[in-house]
Write a protein that binds this ligand. Structure first.
Ligand SMILES: [Zn+2]
Length: 266
């Protein structure tokens, strides 16, 4: 696996001792919605060692809670989906949806890694930008969860559709949502810049390359608000030529997700 690539998984990689329940790791269930079938709930496991700063950060910004609240307001679910924040063991710190457990796992170390990338890039607001990336990551994984629980039918790569879901939920949220999605695009661009070695390109990866994901988010943002051309069309990730079709790309993803969720709307 590439060190800085923001690769997300949508299936369980490994089940650890903490995986049985958040409470098994000292976590206390803290629901953003009443527990029970058909709701999205949030819990935090007790962090170990270097994850100690990340739990208060996530709680302060209510990042998992806000995603859970949005989904609970929007979608009827046949079964619960849990968003579990915890210290992760094993190979990957990247967010994932574990379809066997019906849970989205957010690792404290991942939050720390994202912040470190913004700090290394001398970003003016590493905390705010990190919050944007984490929100996008949670929506991306939520799309995998919805695809699983609702048996959503689509053609094309689920990874691309999951990115589109993040845009679908975040762009209408005003400046905070739009800035958050642009932070995610910038973080993908940072990852792509760190992977310039051609050996890092993996044609078997089901995710689009990071630079493509960054370009897509810029395109959706521009398509939804062309007057932001100055900050979105950079001539590299988003070119004038691509930008001409972005209005339709954005409308198409809205139509697609509207239709996918309509039978399950709350
Ligand atoms: Zn994914």
């Amino acid at each position: 696996m590439l060190l800085n690539a923001r690769i997300r998984f949508h299936s369980a990689v490994a089940v650890t001792a903490c995986a049985v329940l958040a409470t098994g790791c000292g976590g206390k269930a803290q629901s953003a919605a009443p527990a029970g079938s058909g709701r999205v709930t949030v819990s935090y496991a007790e962090p170990r060692d270097d994850g100690a700063d990340e739990r208060p950060f996530l709680r302060k910004h209510r990042l998992p809670e806000r995603v859970a609240d949005d989904l609970n307001r929007t979608v009827r679910l046949p079964e619960p989906i849990r968003i579990v924040s915890r210290t992760c063991d094993g190979d990957s710190d990247y967010p994932e949806y574990d379809d066997e457990q019906g849970r989205i796992v957010l690792c404290y170390d991942y939050v720390d890694e994202v912040r470190a990338m913004f700090k290394a890039a001398r970003d003016e607001d590493p905390d705010g930008r990190t919050a944007g990336v984490i929100t996008e990551s949670l929506y991306h994984e939520a799309a995998h969860a919805l695809a699983d629980k609702l048996q959503l039918p689509f053609t094309g790569h689920e990874e691309d559709v999951a990115d589109q879901f993040a845009a679908y939920r975040m762009i209408p949220r005003g400046a905070q949502g739009r800035d958050g999605l642009l932070a995610a695009a910038d973080n993908y661009a940072q990852s792509a810049a760190g992977d310039e070695d051609e050996e890092d390109f993996d044609p078997s990866d089901e995710h689009a390359p990071d630079a493509v994901r960054a370009a897509n988010y810029r395109c959706y943002l521009y398509g939804s608000r062309p007057k932001e051309a100055d900050r979105l069309i950079d001539g590299t990730l988003l070119t004038d030529e691509r930008a001409r079709g972005c209005g339709e790309e954005y409308r198409a993803l809205r139509r697609g997700w509207d239709k996918l969720l309509a039978p399950h709307a709350r």
